[in-house]
Design a binder for this molecule. Structure first.
Ligand SMILES: *Cc1c(COP(=O)(O)O)cnc(C)c1O
Length: 426
């Protein structure tokens, strides 16, 4: 691939290579009824994940007291943030509609969006092993998985993962409760407190000099050498993807509780911080199945590592990295410090994603501070990306205008992806 030529012929890629914040609106978007036919995955896969999490709910409620109130479901609050919206409108530019925050920043157990995908992947693997060895049936009460005998069984197996931090934490916590041995391969972006926390939980932390993609590659290779080791592959994992996707139907119920009914005249706009693409991609896949064309999904990435934007805008997916267009991949948003995107995710959502935007690292601290001052909600830098569209409000407002949507009717959701543990340990 001649990347110089690509930069010269593709205006979006050119702008990205110049590190200029940009809002890309996809030219590959299809009506959802058509987009759904471009992948073999379907609503059945989301339902399968929902049912599995219901089977595990008694176990999760017993193992993690903080989920008891929600009967063992790992779910976060959807909160209207009127004060933050006022502050954002006056500090940046006005965006009409109602602004909400989806507080995956405070998801039980792991305090980040990874508490959806990561924990689901661990539970699914435990279920698969236990069923295939004949010690569990789907009809059982999964609380039996908490018995010492079961823990001993799972102790014969290990799980490993490559992570910039939060995925390792969610996999580490879930695996410890099941009884798996855990190895987390961490990239050079990983924060010290995240490594310390994992080691305290008994997780083997392997530190790598390289970036996220390098850590994943080495972890994948080492895991293959051990037949009892299962590698949760962040670049290529249906389990993570469908674990994330269950957010959609639950969100729909939360919206209805607040008397919000999404329709063509009352659309939903969702802003998702994006790293390798698994979390925002899985959530987008779920949202499109729940709301169809009435939801508009946008990914937010740092100007130095907009890997999904590059993969999606060029359809090159993992055949392009941020280094190919002269970017560093370095960002203070450690959860988003990913240089090449997941091709698995990119291909599934190729015709579903509405667009992607980029922001400067220096925009994150003010957004994070604004949310704390106006709403007393603490989020980590990666999660502040969920508000970065305010820096490109003109582009967004223009998009809304061209879609003939009444701006006041839009429900906007900033998907805050992490924060609770950062507040506690940083
Ligand atoms: C992992 C993560 C993301 C992005 O998820 P990907 O699956 O890597 O795209 C966003 N925010 C936070 C805080 C994360 O930990």
């Amino acid at each position: 691939m001649d990347f110089k030529e690509l930069i010269n012929t593709n205006a979006t890629i050119k702008k990205a290579s110049q590190k200029t914040p940009l809002f890309w609106f996809s030219d590959k978007l299809l009506p959802f009824s058509e987009a759904a036919k471009t992948t073999s995955f379907s609503n059945d896969d989301i339902c399968d994940a929902e049912r599995r999490l219901l089977r595990f709910a008694p176990f999760v409620a017993a193992a993690f007291g903080e989920t008891k109130a929600q009967n063992g479901l790992i779910e976060s609050e959807l909160r209207r943030i009127e004060n933050a919206q006022k502050s954002l409108d006056s500090k940046y530019k006005k965006i009409e509609g109602k602004l909400f925050i989806k507080m995956d920043s405070h998801l039980p157990i792991a305090g980040s969006v990874k508490a959806r995908g990561g924990i689901y992947a661990v539970l699914k693997h435990a279920e698969t092993l236990a069923i295939s060895c004949g010690i569990l049936k789907e009809q059982d009460n999964y609380e039996i998985l908490a018995s010492p005998k079961m823990k001993e069984f799972f102790g014969n197996y290990s799980i490993s993962v490559g992570s910039t931090g939060n995925l390792g934490i969610s996999i580490g916590i879930a695996s410890a409760v099941i009884g798996f041995k855990v190895v987390v391969h961490m990239s050079n972006d990983a924060k010290q407190w995240k490594k310390d926390l994992l080691r305290k939980m008994g997780v083997i932390v392997v530190e790598h000099k390289g970036n996220f993609s390098d850590a994943v590659a080495i972890g994948r290779e080492q895991s293959l050498l051990d037949p009892n080791s299962f590698f949760v592959d962040d670049e290529n994992s249906p389990d993570l993807f469908f674990g994330y996707s269950v957010a959609a139907n639950r969100l729909n119920a939360q919206l209805k509780e607040q008397n919000i009914h999404i329709s063509a005249t009352n659309p939903l706009f969702v802003y998702l911080p994006c790293g390798v693409g698994g979390a925002p991609g899985g959530i987008t896949f779920g949202l499109k199945h729940t709301f169809g064309d009435n939801v508009h999904c946008f990914f937010a990435e740092p100007t130095e590592s907009p890997c999904m934007l590059l993969g999606m805008a060029t359809s090159l997916h993992d055949k392009i990295s941020v280094f190919d267009i002269g970017l560093s991949g370095k960002t203070i948003a450690d959860g988003l410090a990913v240089s090449s995107p997941s091709a698995f995710v990119g291909k599934i959502i190729n015709n579903m994603l509405n667009g992607a935007l980029t922001f400067k690292d220096s925009d994150l601290a003010p957004l994070k501070a604004l949310l704390f001052e106006s709403e007393n909600i603490f989020i980590e830098p990666s999660a502040a990306a969920a508000f970065a569209h305010y820096l490109l409000a003109d582009e967004l407002n223009n998009y809304i205008h061209t879609k003939n949507i009444i701006p006041q009717n839009i429900t906007h959701i900033a998907w805050a992806t992490g924060g609770m543990l950062a507040q506690k340990y940083e």
